[in-house]
Each structure stands twice: as structure tokens, then as C-alpha cells.
Design a protein around this ligand. Structure first.
Ligand code: ATP
Length: 283
């Protein structure tokens, strides 16, 4: 039987600004997205028909709300192929954590089915299908480092910012992106994040400057509800991170490091009170 093994990498936002709410209800973003090597592994096995999803994490739905289901459904709809698939997800990326685990899974399955069934869909076609599944899916298909505008679909690939040390701390409270948008008071934001400056720092591979200037407008909503997010950020800095920020709509906090010893010391300190602490590298 035909089968294929896929890697689905998570992401962090190196800065995230929400510009305004559009008439269609979506929010216009200006953000820098960075893939990290914290990953889920996905196995695709051919089935005669239908779809079967398995996952080792109880927070992941196994029905048609799973983004891997939507990926299969879209591929069937667009190409007319009449085949089924058994999808096994080994979940390592914390769920509803601001690390785009679901989107990464959807992206991996789109690419994986394209290969498994020799569909010859182009990279652009895959990104367009991805956008119908979720705003972060086109980035997950592209990977690496990107400047994202629109709802996340207007992507510009940036110079590689790979191999930077990242410490991730997840307090284990799932936060829905919709909740954060609903509670984001855009009128309260009186200064915009200078994303253009951040793009320059990436172009110059200037990790310290980038880390020091990172900002995420969604933090205000989440920190108000969960002050622990701010405490973790401060701890990261205290133990040697060059900069620390919440990723996406949270609640995962990450720190960027240039010193391995400090990274491990910080990890040990945080692990005394936080459940999930991971070391990763930018891809
Ligand atoms: P983003 O940063 O894109 O907002 P996130 O990391 O905050 O994403 P996900 O881990 O993608 O959040 O999960 C959000 C919700 O999506 C989950 O609560 C779950 O119900 C649903 N979901 C659907 N498919 C998946 C999947 N394959 N893996 C994880 N969650 C999934």
C-alpha cells in the first residue's frame, strides 16, 4: 500500500500588527512569520474511499473540522480524484497555542496528497487552495521567513533567518484566535509597529535588534486575561533572552537567544512552573 510521511512545522510571529477590521469581517494584518522546527509528524496511507483521522492528542478534532479533513476535501473537490486517505497525526505542536499547528497540518496534507496521487498541482495552486482552508495555510506551504499582509495571504518571502535559537513556553490554556480578535480594541492602539524596520533587521540578519524591537498588538488582550504571559516574557529576558514575545494570538511565549547556556538555564527555570517548555530553531 502507498504511504507517505510528512513533517508539519509550526510558526512564530516575529512581529504582529492588526491594522483594521475589513467590511467582510476579516482583519488586515501586517506581520512577519517565521517557521520553527517544532513539528508534528503526519502519515498518509491510501484508502479506497473516505477519510479516517487519528491523533494522539485529545484536543484535536477527528471530524470535518480538522484542517487535514478540509485539505483532503478540497483536493477531491478541485481535482475530481476519487480516493480516500487514512491520516495519522503525531501531535507535538501545542494545540490552540498561536503556533499554527492546525494550519501546518493542513498545509502538509495538501502537499502530501499532491505527491501521493501525482496531481501536479503547482505551488501557487496549492497556496490558493490553502487559503480556502485557513489564513495561515499559504504561509505554512511556503515556509521559511515571510512578510504577510492581507489576512495573511499576501506573502513576500524574506531572506532566510534560519538557525536562531528559540525557547517556547506554553502555559496550556487554549486560546481561540476569534476570542482575541473580538476583544482587540483597535482604537486603543495609537502607535503602529514599525514592521519595515523589522524587515531591515531580517535583511541584515541582525538578531539582537530584531529581538529587542519585536511587538505583537494581540498581547494586550491576552495579558489582561492571563498576566502570567507577561511574567513569562519578563523571566525570559531575566534569564538571557535577547527579546521575548507572545506568538500570534497566544498564549505561547517565545524568547530568542544567541547563547546556548542561557537558553538551557532559562528552560530549566521556566520548567519549575510551566508545563510545556520547548527548544526549537528557526527554519
Ligand atoms: P493559529 O496560530 O493559526 O491561530 P493556533 O496554533 O492558535 O493556530 P491550532 O493549534 O491550529 O491553533 O488549533 C486551533 C483549533 O483548530 C483547535 O482548537 C482545534 O479545535 C482545531 N483544529 C483543527 N485541525 C487541527 C489540527 N490538525 N491540529 C490542531 N488543531 C486543529
Amino acid at each position: 500500500m502507498h504511504e507517505i510521511i510528512l513533517e508539519a512545522f509550526g510558526k512564530i510571529n516575529l512581529s504582529l500588527d492588526v491594522l483594521h477590521r475589513r467590511p467582510d469581517g476579516y482583519h488586515e494584518l501586517n506581520t512577519i512569520m517565521q517557521q520553527i522546527d517544532l513539528k508534528d509528524t503526519i502519515i498518509l496511507k491510501e484508502l479506497e474511499k473516505g477519510i479516517k483521522i487519528e491523533c494522539n492528542h485529545e484536543g484535536v478534532p477527528l471530524d470535518n473540522s480538522n484542517l487535514v479533513y478540509k485539505a483532503w476535501e478540497k483536493i477531491v473537490e478541485k481535482t475530481g480524484i476519487n480516493k480516500g486517505v487514512h491520516i495519522i497525526i503525531d501531535k507535538k505542536i501545542p494545540v490552540a497555542s498561536g503556533l499554527a499547528g492546525g494550519s501546518a497540518n493542513g498545509a502538509a496534507v495538501l502537499k502530501g496528497l499532491n505527491t501521493l496521487w501525482n496531481l501536479n498541482l503547482s505551488y501557487e495552486e496549492l497556496k490558493d487552495i490553502g487559503l480556502e482552508i485557513g489564513a495561515d495555510v499559504p504561509f505554512c506551504i511556503m515556509g521559511g521567513t515571510a512578510h504577510a499582509k492581507g489576512i495573511g495571504e499576501k506573502l513576500t518571502k524574506l531572506r532566510s533567518f534560519s538557525n536562531k535559537m528559540v525557547l517556547l513556553a506554553n502555559v496550556g490554556i487554549p486560546i481561540s484566535t476569534a476570542y482575541v480578535y473580538e476583544n482587540l480594541n483597535l482604537k486603543d492602539i495609537n502607535s503602529r509597529i514599525d514592521i519595515d524596520k523589522m524587515l531591515e533587521y531580517i535583511e541584515d540578519d541582525n538578531l539582537p535588534k530584531l529581538a529587542e524591537n519585536m511587538a505583537n498588538v494581540m498581547e494586550q488582550v491576552v495579558i489582561k486575561e492571563y498576566p502570567i504571559i507577561d511574567e513569562i516574557k519578563k523571566d525570559m529576558i531575566r534569564y538571557g533572552a535577547l527579546g521575548s514575545m507572545m506568538s500570534g494570538s497566544g498564549p505561547t511565549v517565545f524568547g530568542l537567544f544567541d547563547d546556548e547556556e542561557k537558553l538551557y538555564r532559562c528552560k530549566n527555570e521556566l520548567e519549575k512552573r510551566i508545563k510545556n517548555v520547548f527548544i526549537a530553531k528557526t527554519v
